[in-house]
Structure formats: structure tokens, C-alpha cells
Design a protein around this ligand. Structure first.
Ligand code: A3P
Length: 343
């Protein structure tokens, strides 16, 4: 009898436990999919003032959507004001390894921002570009009309044809460039390539061998990781199409150590109400980086491929590179009006 009661109790506990775990998993799964909103629900033009939007938690986004779905919008309103795929009003054009992913994910904390999750490579890839602007729009996430879509493709910054192509799409688009101290960025760039080679069991040169021309002992300006870090050279190409006011430079080093002030500057640049707060960012000691908090249940850190350990570089090579970049950096500060403490 006692044995039977115990078995019954165990069974009940098991059911209750499964229910609890199931509920938690369900909640996490629901919250995790919230920004993949489907274009099934009409909206009633109630979202025109971004200042009216409280800080987005992902639940808020879904809750709002449901509320609006229950509304009594007419069929005509339904068609007129559905969720839409909008062309980006701002693009993170680079710089590779400057913290472009962190910037995009962090901006996506804002209720009025919707991100294109993947790098689209529309303007730098001739094949994609030939597919036309409606193909590009089709790659964009669904959003409410008052929201702005942002995409990031760091190759844009260094690809010759891109400024003109973006200009043709929207000459008043806002352009975000996140930069890091150029030598650190070059080493980060090298580390990414090295990891790719190692994954394929291939050997690769040391950074020093690539960055320094062994014949002249000078900086190898043909090395792509060096070229990409000459920010002013690329920016000058962009300035043939866009005025400097349309660019905002983000300090990618500060984005690592203290992201909030950088994000607040971007909010202002994009004319968005200040909605990203300290609550949304927390330092994860294990990762050694800030991670994102959307709400009480849903947090996320960037993938492990962000924040690699860099190889040690010969200090004399570091100094040589820093000296090489110095005059270009000065010019970059002068043009952009943003000065960094780079050596
Ligand atoms: P490292 O891997 O050299 O550390 P990108 O997204 O443009 O490829 O940039 C990657 C860099 O973003 C990483 O370079 C990392 O330092 C930086 N970063 C900035 N904020 C980060 C964050 N919160 N989590 C992870 N990496 C971050």
C-alpha cells in the first residue's frame, strides 16, 4: 500500500516537473522567435510616434502584435497597413572586425529598430546586385512602418562600387562605421583568417610575415588586413557620394568596454528616442564581453567567433604598423571630427 502511494507520488512529481520544464522551454522558445514577426497581422496606424513606444522587450513586441490583431481593422486597413519589408534606412557599412555584429545586435534592442540577421552582401556582390532592388527588399525582415530596418555587410566599406550603388538606392541613407585601433583590427582580421585555415587543416603564415615586406622591412601595403585599416582611404571614396554628416563613426574599442554611450550616440544620430539602457547590457565575465538582455528570460551573448584570442605579435612589428597608420588616422580624425587615442 505504502509502496503504491509512493509510486503515485513519484508519478505526480514527474508529471509536475515535466510540466514546469515544458513551460519554461515553451516560454524561451516563444521569446526566442519573437523578432521573426510574420506579415499576417494588420496594424492600425497607432504606432506612428516612436516616442510612444516603451522600451521593447521581445514580449512587448509580440503582445502589441496580438493586441493589434484582435483590433477591428477593416480589410482595406488590413492591406494598407500590414507589416512590410522595408529597405534599410541605415546601413552598418564596416569595418570588418570593428564590432559590426555587436553594433547591429545592440541596436536591435531598440523598439524602433529591426535588423537583417544575415549579411546580405547586396551592394558588394555583383551577382546579388544584378538581382535588383526588389530582391534586396525581399531579404529584409518584416517590420512595422514606423520602424527602421538596419543591415550590416562590412565588405561594403572597402568595395569600390558600393558607395555609388547605395547612393542610387537612397542618397540620404544613414551610414554607420565602427572602427577599432587599426593595428588591433588588422590582427583581429588575421586571426579570423587563421582560424579558417586551421579549421581546414591548412597552414598559414605568421602575421609578421604578412604585414611586413621582408625585402624592404617596411609595412606591406598590399596585405589586405593592412589596407582595410587605412580607414581614411576608404572613407574618401565614400565622400565622393555622401556628405560627411551622413556618416556616424562608432568607437569599436569602446563598444567592447563600455557600449552604452556609443549606442546612445547612434540613437541620436538615427533620430531615435533613447530606449537602450544599462538594463539591456550586462557584462558576462566568462565571455569577457557585454551580452544583451531583452527581458527577464531572454538574454544572449554574441557567438563564440566574436572575441577570439589574438596571437602574440612581435612588438617591433606592432610599433611599425602603428607608425604607419598614424598619418592616416590623423586625416581620419580631421575628416570625421571624431578623435581616438590611437598611437
Ligand atoms: P575580436 O574577435 O578580435 O575580439 P565584427 O563583428 O565586425 O567581426 O567584429 C568582431 C569584434 O567585435 C570582436 O573582435 C570583438 O572584440 C568585438 N566585440 C565588440 N563587442 C562585442 C561583444 N559584446 N561580444 C563579442 N565581441 C564583441
Amino acid at each position: 500500500m505504502l509502496f503504491k502511494q509512493q509510486a503515485l507520488l513519484r508519478q505526480k512529481l514527474l508529471v509536475l516537473g515535466s510540466l514546469a520544464i515544458g513551460s519554461v522551454l515553451y516560454l524561451v522558445a516563444r521569446v526566442g522567435t519573437l523578432d521573426r514577426l510574420q506579415p499576417t497581422c494588420p496594424i492600425e496606424g497607432r504606432l506612428t510616434d516612436p516616442d510612444q513606444i516603451p522600451l521593447r522587450t521581445l514580449q512587448f513586441k509580440r503582445g502589441l502584435l496580438r493586441k493589434l490583431c484582435k483590433g477591428n481593422a477593416s480589410r482595406e486597413q488590413t492591406h494598407r497597413q500590414s507589416l512590410v519589408q522595408q529597405l534599410p534606412r541605415a546601413i552598418i557599412i564596416g569595418v570588418r572586425k570593428g564590432g559590426t555584429r555587436a553594433l547591429l545586435e545592440m541596436l536591435n534592442l531598440h523598439p524602433a529598430v529591426v535588423k537583417a540577421s544575415q549579411e546580405i552582401h547586396f551592394f558588394d556582390d555583383d551577382e546579388n546586385y544584378a538581382r535588383g532592388i526588389e530582391w534586396y527588399r525581399g531579404e529584409m525582415p518584416f517590420s512595422f512602418p514606423h520602424q527602421i530596418t538596419i543591415e550590416k555587410s562590412p565588405a561594403y566599406f572597402i568595395t569600390e562600387e558600393v558607395p555609388e550603388r547605395i547612393f542610387k538606392m537612397n542618397s540620404s541613407i544613414k551610414l554607420l562605421v565602427t572602427v577599432r585601433e587599426p593595428t588591433t583590427r588588422a590582427v583581429s582580421d588575421y586571426t579570423q583568417v587563421l582560424e579558417g585555415k586551421e579549421r581546414k587543416n591548412k597552414t598559414y603564415h605568421k602575421f609578421e610575415k604578412l604585414a611586413i615586406n621582408t625585402n624592404t622591412c617596411e609595412v606591406n601595403t598590399k596585405y589586405k588586413a593592412v589596407q582595410t585599416s587605412i580607414y581614411t582611404k576608404h572613407l574618401e571614396r565614400w565622400l565622393k557620394y555622401f556628405p560627411v554628416e551622413q556618416f556616424h563613426v562608432v568607437d569599436g574599442d569602446r563598444l567592447i568596454t563600455d557600449p552604452l554611450p556609443e549606442l546612445q550616440m547612434v540613437e541620436r544620430f538615427l533620430n531615435l528616442p533613447a530606449r537602450i539602457g544599462q538594463y539591456n547590457l550586462y557584462f558576462n565575465a566568462t565571455r569577457g564581453f557585454y551580452c544583451l538582455r531583452f527581458n527577464i528570460v531572454f538574454n544572449k551573448c554574441l557567438a563564440g567567433s566574436k572575441g577570439r584570442i589574438h596571437p602574440e605579435v612581435d612588438p617591433s612589428v606592432v610599433t611599425k604598423l602603428q607608425r604607419f597608420f598614424h598619418p592616416f588616422n590623423q586625416k581620419f580624425y580631421q575628416i570625421t571630427g571624431r578623435t581616438f587615442n590611437w598611437p
